[in-house]
Design a protein around this ligand. Structure first.
Ligand SMILES: Cc1cc2nc3c(=O)[nH]c(=O)nc-3n(C[C@H](O)[C@H](O)[C@H](O)COP(=O)(O)O)c2cc1C
Length: 380
């Protein structure tokens, strides 16, 4: 299959696999798509090691990296970032989380003691964190660099281009798409509200043609709600040059999520996600759990902004995940992660390569069916 995406990146399938799991990234690229690694959780040395590992597995196939750099937060951050953020967390919010954990049988004291420990995610929002990650990305010659939050900062675009990478931007509206193009990105990812992670309110079927209309010839990928070949074909029919998928890989054997979380994901239905500010401070789609029910309950404080809510939630979920691994029922009720509405289609763990193969074959089948319905198999 040939689209503007496959031509631009020299790949066989118009399918991008976004994941925090290096094994998924390597397998998607090996299978002919483009694996994209979420690089927010690591410092530069760790990222360097992960990219080296991916390259060894990929056999020279291109891959990408995704950063989380809010344009407004990268300048002027103090050196002691985490301590300064910690001081801004209101006592009311701290007490709310401590009580919520205690109500589920977890240690409020351990939570209070751990809050604000060194955190790669928060650290990446500091200037030194971002520059260090960019150095590694440039050194490794990655094929694509993406930025999730808002217009890509100028130096990410400049350094990505200088290194010969395609710079991509995720957008939730046509207005955001125009801003990303103005910031210099080469490729737009139209991410609909169905998607896991930070997401807007517009559905993928509505958003994709709107973004294509303002893209001025730049390739557009559709994201959100794509986990099957038919959904991938629908993205292409809507005018996209490919599909960008995140949730489907949570159902892969190479995904690094804890077994306790995977069990919850495999059991969930498509209505079991929630778009909530309760984990990061920005609206993100995630598996609904007792955590979200509590934050939506009467008397709950308003979630804080990013990154304060992220800081508040991070240590809580570290305790939750640790206890859920031992089968603790209270922790299991709270456990959650970012996932989109396609969670309902995840039923068993499969090898990443098999997921790619099945999606590509299913996409071809759906496109041939569409052509047959139109009474022709000739390209328009
Ligand atoms: C577990 C998970 C974590 C995510 N984290 C990020 C992130 O750090 N940066 C980003 O650009 N997108 C992130 N996303 C969004 C994906 O890049 C992608 O747009 C989305 O998953 C597509 O929709 P889908 O979940 O329906 O496949 C995340 C998605 C998931 C499922």
């Amino acid at each position: 299959m040939r689209t503007a995406l496959t031509e631009l990146l020299g790949i066989r399938h118009p399918l991008v696999g976004f994941s925090r799991s290096p094994g998924v990234v390597a397998e998607v690229s090996r299978a002919g798509g483009l694996g994209v690694l979420a690089a927010t959780a690591w410092g530069p040395d760790e990222l360097d090691a992960q990219l080296t590992w991916i390259e060894q597995r990929c056999g020279g196939a291109p891959y990408g990296v995704d950063l989380l750099v809010p344009a407004t937060s990268v300048e002027g951050m103090p050196d002691d970032l985490v301590a300064s953020l910690r001081a801004q967390v209101p006592a009311e919010h701290l007490a709310f989380v401590a009580d919520l954990l205690a109500a589920h049988g977890l240690s409020a004291d351990r939570y209070r003691a751990g809050l604000g420990a060194a955190d790669g995610t928060v650290g990446a929002l500091a200037p030194t964190g971002v520059d260090g990650l960019l150095d590694v990305i440039v050194d490794h010659g990655v094929a694509l660099v993406a930025n999730a939050l808002g217009p890509a900062p100028a130096r990410l675009v400049e350094r990505g281009h200088a290194a010969g990478a395609v710079v991509a931007g995720l957008v939730g509206s046509a207005r955001h798409a125009v801003k990303q193009l103005d910031a210099g990105v080469d490729l737009l990812v139209a991410q609909g509200t169905e998607a896991g992670g930070h997401t807007g309110t517009i559905a993928t079927t509505v958003l994709t043609p709107e973004v294509v209309a303002v893209a001025a010839g730049a390739p557009v990928l559709a994201a959100g709600g794509i986990a099957s070949g038919a959904q991938m074909a629908a993205a292409l029919v809507l005018g996209a040059d490919g599909a960008w998928c995140g949730s489907v890989w949570l159902g892969s054997e190479e995904d690094i999520s804890a077994a306790s979380l995977k069990r919850k994901l495999l059991a969930a239905g498509s209505g079991d996600t929630v778009r909530s500010r309760a984990r990061t401070g920005k609206h993100a789609r995630q598996l609904r759990s007792a955590w979200h029910d509590a934050w939506e309950g009467s008397g709950a404080p308003e979630p804080l902004g990013m990154p304060l809510q992220l800081l508040l939630a991070k240590d809580a979920f570290a305790l939750v995940d640790e206890a859920a691994a031992d089968g603790d029922p209270g922790a299991t009720a709270l456990q959650s992660f970012f996932v989109g509405q396609v969670v309902g289609s995840l039923r068993e763990l499969r090898p990443t390569a098999a997921i790619v193969e099945e999606m590509v074959a299913g996409c071809g089948f759906a496109l041939r069916r569409a052509a047959a319905l139109a009474g022709t198999d000739a390209a328009p």
